[in-house]
Design a protein around this ligand. Structure first.
Ligand SMILES: C[S@@+](CC[C@H](N)C(=O)[O-])C[C@H]1O[C@@H](n2cnc3c(N)ncnc32)[C@H](O)[C@@H]1O
Length: 236
């Protein structure tokens, strides 16, 4: 699951029994050696899909972690790029990897920006937001964007019900629900809580116009549909 430089099973267990920001503080030094860091293939496919919508001046990576999305923004934005995350440990690592970027410790549901960015991206963090939290998240991102600005994030197609991946995801979410029913603080991370239709509805309710583009470089499902789409939400 992770490389020899990655966290041990014990370290992962301690992380999973912490709050989300504390868990990422603990994981930060080894995060880039885990499968939780967004792979370069996804970052590159996203950058390629966004390029025709540019050029962009200022970009924001929401839930930047160690800075995976800052690389995408660096390739697309002419002026300033900034990452926001609520884990101090992850921000320290992001600063080491991207000294040119601005970094701000902030909760994505209450970003301290108004009309400041042309482009916002987010990778690998959707599962940390319950459906009921999406309105606050989307409202905060929309406020951070200038009018007409773009919020982009990849979203995977649900795996077919007959696949092992479907049952693995279901099992993970079930284990997480049990963990959160019996243990405090909660660690919110679910794989199946962001279906595209509901996400689109919530984005539109927050004032975005929504389209998607297939990220075909990331492959297709047996029925020919793309494994992954990039959601493009334009602030209206
Ligand atoms: C799986 S990591 C992804 C990091 C990076 N974006 C990537 O793709 O590699 C999720 C990140 O989201 C951050 N996060 C989760 N909930 C957050 C919130 N409400 N506000 C700010 N950051 C949050 C965590 O601290 C963590 O750094």
């Amino acid at each position: 699951m992770s490389t020899p430089q990655g966290p041990s099973l014990r370290e992962l267990a301690v992380q999973a029994l912490s709050s989300v920001p504390r868990g990422y503080d603990l994981l930060a030094p080894k995060f880039d050696h885990t499968p939780f860091r967004t792979p370069d293939s996804v970052l590159d496919a996203t950058a390629d899909a966004l390029r025709p919508f540019g050029p962009f001046a200022r970009g924001l990576d929401v839930c930047c972690g160690t800075g995976a999305g800052l690389r995408v923004l660096g390739a697309l934005c002419r002026e300033r790029v900034l990452g926001a995350d609520f884990s101090h440990g992850m921000l320290v690592r992001a600063k080491q990897a991207h000294p040119e970027a601005g970094l701000v410790r902030a909760d994505a549901r209450a970003l301290p920006f108004t009309g400041a960015f042309d482009l916002a991206v987010s990778f690998g963090a959707t599962g940390h937001f319950l459906p009921a939290e999406r309105p606050a998240l989307f409202t905060a991102v929309r406020r951070a964007l200038r009018r007409g600005g773009l919020f982009a994030f990849p979203i995977g197609a649900p795996p077919p019900i007959a696949s092992g991946r479907y049952w693995a995801m279901l099992g993970f979410d079930l284990a997480m629900r049990v963990r959160n029913a019996v243990w405090r603080p909660p660690f919110v991370m679910y794989y199946s809580t962001w279906p595209l239709r509901a996400v689109r509805d919530d984005l539109e309710a927050a004032g975005f116009g929504v389209t998607t583009v297939p990220l075909t470089a990331l492959g297709r499902r047996p029925d020919g549909s793309p494994r992954c789409r990039l959601v493009l939400a334009r602030s209206m």
